[in-house]
Design a protein around this ligand. Sequence first.
Ligand code: ZN
Ligand code: ZN
Ligand code: ZN
Length: 316
Amino acid sequence: MGQAVQLIEINLKKIKDVKDQCKVYDADIRSFQAELHFKAMELEITQLDYPMTVCAAETCKRYVNIGKSRERNTIYEQVCHDHCNLSGVPVETTNNEQLRGCAAMYDGNCQHCSHDYRVHMHLTYTTNLVEREFLSDEARNKINKRSNLKSQKESFIAELEDNITELEEEKKFIFECASYFGVFLKENAMIAYNDSFSEYLDMLIREEEAKEKVIRDNKKIAQMKKDKQTYETKKDVIMDSITSGSKDKNDVIPIEKIYEMRQKLCSLKHNGRTLKEALGKSIRKLPFSLKRPRKTYFCGLFTHIFPSRFCLTPKT
Ligand SMILES: [Zn+2]
Ligand SMILES: [Zn+2]
Ligand SMILES: [Zn+2]
């Protein structure tokens, strides 16, 4: 889910750039039509049946440029334990105390890459960023039907603006889901709850801040910090509504609401397909009892959204 947010940011930036270019475009109509293409980014996901431990230290990962654009995809090529048997470690996030126990570690340091266990993380899928044509044939035809350059430009900009709005809405919804899922997990977990969405956002901020000044995107950092604040605030609001009211907390976040949100996430126009793949195929019962016994829990819902120890650590 964190990656979907990152992807939305990348694509929003691209669309906005194209929009700015379009505004100042001043050639003939033929060349305008010829340039009615632009590539957006999409995540290709390959699921693994097991977690692997990779190193996220700066020297152990590699960035690759995709296509003609300068978008960078992070490749975690340093696989320190390719089939890790530790279960319940949050994926995509560093700073996990549990990874001290990974077979790759000795005395807190990795025997393969020598980095601290805290910069390592679990991944249960590998992702690949690919480019795809963003503008549909339908949209292009609609634009081409307009009679002159001015109205074609207007039509194109309107199309771009629609997409910006849609992506921003999707992002908002993903954050809302993350907040609900976070509170839900916290309320129901018997064990210490690890907010991995929040951790993930922190990691992105740290990564961007660590970049050299010339390529560092300060606007992006500010945006991510704002996003994180929004997320925390939203979570607090939900928590307050649980603690203040005499209402049963099951009424505040019924499991049905969680299912419903998952459904909606998977059917989002732009990011639904990716989220569906990322949210996982595994639907199974929780292996341990919750604070209050409930119906069946779809563990797969959480392992990827909030890949926390909540899902996999059996009650002892
Ligand atoms: Zn391991
Ligand atoms: Zn390592
Ligand atoms: Zn390393």
